[in-house]
Design a binder for this molecule. Structure first.
Ligand code: SF4
Length: 265
């Protein structure tokens, strides 16, 4: 159904990004989306490369600005299916402001955050999603900062669909992308992905297989996670649908306003 661009990819051996790309293509295939009415917008970084391997109209934009460009695309052409592919550094540091406002507006974008817990492509610096005490090139003695809980941030800012999966939970990830797309508003799908080169190497997490096993053991289905004690939750995280909300969708509200204005009422 889809043609993947026959480009040599630039991801490291064992990187989780290809798994996310596979789940995205599978979700789009299951949704039977029209390839000519579907577009991918990305920023800069390892995750952002994903848009270039897909045979869609894509925008590979500037660092942190994927959501700003995607907002423009959706605003100009509301009929398009717009997916945003971004990494944790791209989305939550440079693009953090765009993230909270896209969620607040509830604009109909399906945003997939590849969370490898570090800036991979730009040199292994810590990001706002790097766990406390973890090592990076800019935190050789361990990260002092507390990371964002991106799902909670999105919910607080007004997103109407929030889910989380990992590169181990591939069926769940495909289903979350489908559900996120069906939501008429801002959808966040956070994917905890394994990065054996930057994050894994700095933190001695072993091979890709070891990192996938870590995800299996630490990513707990949301219902089960809610029943854990605070002590049991401490080194785990919930996966699955974390939030569904109701709010007017921004582009539709804007069109209604313009019709009212242009009708003179
Ligand atoms: Fe993947 Fe990490 Fe390599 Fe980037 S640095 S391509 S995220 S393994």
């Amino acid at each position: 159904y889809f043609r993947l661009e026959k480009l040599p990819h630039m991801w490291c051996p064992g990187c989780g990004n290809g798994i996310i790309l596979h789940c995205l293509v599978k979700a789009i295939d299951q949704l039977c989306l029209d390839q000519d009415r579907t577009t991918m917008v990305s920023g800069i970084g390892c995750a952002a490369r994903a848009a270039g391997y897909l045979d869609f109209d894509t925008l590979h934009t500037t660092h942190g600005r994927a959501l700003a460009f995607a907002t423009g695309v959706k605003f100009a052409k509301p009929e398009l299916n717009v997916f945003v592919l971004t990494g944790d550094g791209d989305c939550t540091a440079i693009g953090g402001n765009h993230f909270i406002h896209a969620a607040r507006r509830n604009i109909n974008l399906t945003t997939i955050v590849f969370n490898n817990n570090i800036y991979g492509m730009t040199g292994g610096q810590y990001s706002p999603m790097t766990p406390n005490t973890c090592r990076a090139t800019t935190s050789p003695y361990g990260n002092l900062e507390r990371p964002f809980n991106l799902a909670n941030l999105a919910i607080a800012a007004g997103a109407t669909f929030v889910g989380r999966a990992t590169t181990y939970h591939t069926k769940l990830l495909t289903d979350l992308i489908i559900e996120g797309y069906k939501n008429n508003g801002f959808s966040l799908i956070e994917v905890v992905t394994h990065c054996p080169t930057a994050f894994g190497r700095h933190n001695k997490m072993g091979s890709s297989a070891d990192m996938l096993k870590w995800q299996k053991d630490h990513g707990i289905p949301a219902m089960r996670y809610a029943n854990l004690t605070p002590g049991e939750q401490a080194d785990k995280f919930a996966v699955g649908i974390l939030h569904r909300g109701e709010a007017p969708e921004y582009t539709a509200e804007y069109q209604k306003l313009m019709e009212k204005f242009q009708g003179g009422s």
